[in-house]
Design a protein around this ligand. Structure first.
Ligand code: COA
Length: 324
């Protein structure tokens, strides 16, 4: 059975930077509060020409570097339209002809679910190469008046190209651990805009509602639990992990999860200070930045773990490959 091997990476961010000082001019908040409670200093906010699909195309182009892909899996909870999925348009704009293309919605865990889906397509012999993109413009779901959510979220995209290879090659993904708990969907959700309740002018219904403290607790517990499971499946000890690339929701969540796992703080990879929580884009953006600045080098053993609305959570591992 072929393994899915990471063979390329790319990222894209909107041009507009909004820092904490700018937010504190229009909301009852401060740079100090946001930095100490979340680790975020600034985030990118999408504008015209920077939709989810626009950002996904830019990140995808970088990951492909002129190569093709048999399938595109776009992890997003903010597609350009409610119907159809955005992945086929992304595939077409990337010049991938009639490649299979579909969206996966597991919100902030979307990229891990997307990797699992891409790995499955390759393992089943359905595709030899899969472009997995995590892209979100989650700020379009945020109430501009809500100081509880505005400081946290940002927009962006990250992408990886997976190719068929051998399980013991550097870059081979897996095993995986994936979970959900729909019984707790109400901790983090948008009430209206779906089929049960169509578009509405009521801010409390059309924007993301978040029970921050409960989400914080669940995120730490679930990411740690899932990381333990996936490390056991991989036969790795915590000490074998060189870098922990978790979903960039809050630096304190990443630090607390690492602590629960008994991992040193310097194993934690984070770019949250400059991008905030970019939902499905968070892990590939963090991987891209860490690769670019040398925090990740070939041979590093990496643990990926995410948590998000749904609730959903999941983890996987890989050894970082040589990439151009
Ligand atoms: N600026 C200033 N004060 C703020 C604020 C802001 N932006 N947001 C909340 N506060 C206030 C609260 O009103 C509260 O005031 P009070 O003590 O007078 O009642 C105080 O700060 C503490 O609020 P609390 O919610 O307990 O803070 P916290 O330490 O839990 O941090 C979050 C809040 C949202 C940063 C934190 O709960 C969190 O990160 N949760 C997870 C969110 C997340 O990751 N979501 C996405 C998951 S994929």
């Amino acid at each position: 059975m072929p393994a899915a091997v990471l063979a390329g990476i790319g990222s894209a961010l909107p041009a507009r930077i909004v820092d904490n000082h700018e937010l504190s001019t229009r909301l009852d908040t401060s740079d100090d509060w946001i930095r100490t409670r979340t680790g975020i200093t600034e985030r990118r906010i999408s504008g015209p020409g920077e939709s989810t699909a626009d950002l996904a195309v830019q990140a995808g182009e970088q990951a492909l570097r002129g190569r093709g892909a048999d399938a595109v899996v776009l992890a997003t909870s903010t597609p350009d339209q409610p119907c159809p999925a955005s992945a086929p348009q992304v595939a077409a704009r990337l010049g991938l002809g009639t490649a299979a293309a579909y969206d996966v919605n597991a919100v902030c865990t979307g990229f891990i679910y997307g990797l699992a889906t891409g790995t499955g397509l390759i393992a089943a012999g359905i595709a030899r190469s899969v472009l997995v993109i995590g892209a979100d413009t989650l700020t379009t779901l945020i109430d501009p008046e809500d100081r509880g959510t505005v400081p946290i979220f940002g927009d962006g995209a990250g992408a990886v190209l997976l190719r068929a290879g051998e399980p013991d090659e550097p870059g081979a993904l897996g095993p995986f651990d994936l979970h959900s708990d729909g019984g707790q969907a109400g901790l983090l959700w948008v009430e209206a805009g779906g089929c049960r309740k169509r578009l509405t002018d009521v801010p409390a219904e059309r924007y993301l509602a978040m029970q921050g403290t409960a989400v914080f607790r669940e995120a730490c517990a679930r990411m740690a639990e899932s990381s333990v499971t996936v490390l056991e499946r991989a036969g790795w000890l915590v000490d074998n992990v060189d870098r922990f690339v978790g979903h960039q929701a809050n630096i304190r969540i990443l630090q607390a999860t690492a602590k629960r796992l008994g991992m040193p703080e310097d194993a934690v990879v984070s770019n949250i200070h400059r991008v905030g929580n970019t939902s499905a884009a968070s892990i590939p953006l963090a991987l891209h930045d860490a690769h670019a600045d040398g925090t990740l080098i070939a041979g590093h053993r990496i643990l990926l773990s995410a948590f998000g609305a749904g609730l959903t959570w999941g983890s996987t591992v890989l050894s970082w490959p040589e990439l151009d």
